[in-house]
Ligand binder design. Structure first.
Ligand SMILES: C[S@@+](CC[C@H](N)C(=O)[O-])C[C@H]1O[C@@H](n2cnc3c(N)ncnc32)[C@H](O)[C@@H]1O
Length: 169
């Protein structure tokens, strides 16, 4: 969350928010902005809505039951997008990332996070997951890729990228 450097007026989207922990953290940072989230699980929407009830009530957090392959409208361009342990479930993830890039303002940021939890996962599994995310982001037209690793067991990879200001690229 800190790597995305969310600013007070930012408009942020999280795909696959699960119980809504990151949504709550973003709402605490973008105090004059808007936090959007989609998740295709109705149970997760209920759970996250309860966790973020106060911010939902005042219209700063907007949680929608939707899948990444059928994105709703979020109005004005977004400043930042996050997906944690979610890209692996998406159909045609490069196409999904291309669509998400279209929602970001020029120089907007994206962070894709992965902690491989398959049996026997090791540091090497995380390295490979980060490489796959980097490939997807590059194919989707993102630039300035960076990888940060959080030293848990197995390690967590966070791949950060930028929507280039030249929108033709
Ligand atoms: C492993 S959970 C991670 C939840 C949360 N990001 C976290 O780290 O605690 C994956 C989440 O992505 C959501 N998800 C999976 N595929 C999705 C899709 N195609 N569209 C929207 N959400 C999806 C699931 O419902 C689930 O809440």
């Amino acid at each position: 969350m800190s790597l995305l450097e969310v600013q007070p007026t930012d408009r942020v989207l999280e795909i696959g928010f699960g119980p809504g922990v990151a949504i709550a953290e973003f709402a605490g940072r973008a105090t004059q902005g808007h936090i959007f989230g989609i998740d295709h699980s109705q149970a997760m929407v209920r759970h996250a809505s309860r966790r973020n009830a106060a911010a939902v009530r005042v219209g700063r957090v907007h949680l929608t039951h939707a899948s990444v392959e059928q994105l709703p409208s979020f109005g004005d361009p977004l400043d930042a997008i996050l997906a944690v342990n979610s890209v692996g479930f998406w159909p045609d993830p490069v196409e999904r990332l291309r669509e998400l890039r279209g929602l970001l303002r020029p120089a907007g940021r994206i962070a894709l996070v992965s902690q491989p939890r398959c049996p026997g996962a090791t540091r090497e599994t995380t390295v490979r997951a980060a490489e796959e995310l980097q490939d997807m982001l590059t194919h989707a037209g993102f630039t300035q890729l960076r990888v940060k690793t959080l030293d848990l067991d197995p390690p967590v990879a966070c791949v950060l990228a930028i929507n280039p200001t030249d929108m033709t690229s």
